[in-house]
Write a protein that binds this ligand. Structure first.
Ligand code: DAT
Ligand code: MG
Length: 148
C-alpha cells in the first residue's frame, strides 16, 4: 500500500472540475484519506516546488498555484503513486493520453489542472507538507471487492 499526494490546481477549481477529478480516483478503487480546500501560502508552495527552484518557470508556477483555492488530497492504494500519475497523465495536456485527466481536459503545460507525487520520497515529503495534521485512516467496505 502507498499513499500519495494529489492536488487540484487553481485552474481545475476555476473550471469546475473538482467533482469530475475526485470521481476518477474514487471510481478507480483508491481510498480517500485526506481532503481539503485551501488557498496555499507562498512559503508552502515554494517548499512544494523547491526541486524546480532553478527552472525558468518556477516563479510563474508559484504565483499560479497560490492564486486561489486548491484541493489537496491524499489517496491510498496498492502502487497508488504510479496509478495516480497514470490517471493524471503527462505534464503537457496537449500531449497527454486521452482518458487521462490532463489529456481529457488540458491544453497547456503550466495550466495542467492537477499535481501528483512522483515517487515514495516526494509523496512522504508532500503529504507531511500539506497534511501536517495527519490523514484519516479507515477501511472502505468496498475494498473487499477491489483487491482479490
Ligand atoms: P508534473 O506536474 O507532471 O510532475 P513537473 O514536476 O516536471 O511536472 O513540473 C511541475 C509543474 O511545473 C508542472 O505540473 C507544470 C510546471 N511546468 C513544468 N514544465 C514547465 C514548462 N516547461 N513551462 C511551464 N511550466 C512548466
Ligand atoms: Mg512533478
Amino acid at each position: 500500500m502507498q499513499t500519495t499526494y494529489v492536488m487540484v490546481k487553481p485552474d481545475g477549481v476555476q473550471r469546475g472540475l473538482v467533482g469530475e477529478i475526485i470521481n476518477r480516483f474514487e471510481r478507480k478503487g483508491l481510498r480517500l484519506v485526506g481532503l481539503k480546500s485551501i488557498i496555499p501560502s507562498m512559503e508552502l508552495v515554494e517548499q512544494h516546488y523547491a526541486v524546480h527552484k532553478e527552472r525558468p518557470f518556477y516563479s510563474g508556477l508559484v504565483e499560479f498555484v497560490t492564486s486561489g483555492p486548491v484541493v489537496a488530497m491524499a489517496w491510498k492504494g496498492v502502487d497508488a503513486i504510479s496509478v495516480c500519475r497514470n490517471i493524471i497523465g503527462a505534464t503537457n495536456g496537449r500531449e497527454a493520453d486521452m482518458g487521462s485527466i490532463r489529456g481529457d481536459f488540458g491544453m497547456d503545460i503550466g495550466y495542467n489542472l492537477i499535481h501528483g507525487s512522483d515517487g515514495e520520497e516526494t509523496a512522504a515529503f508532500e503529504l507531511g507538507l500539506w497534511f501536517p495534521e495527519g490523514l484519516n485512516e479507515w477501511t472502505p467496505v468496498r475494498e473487499t471487492w477491489v483487491y482479490e
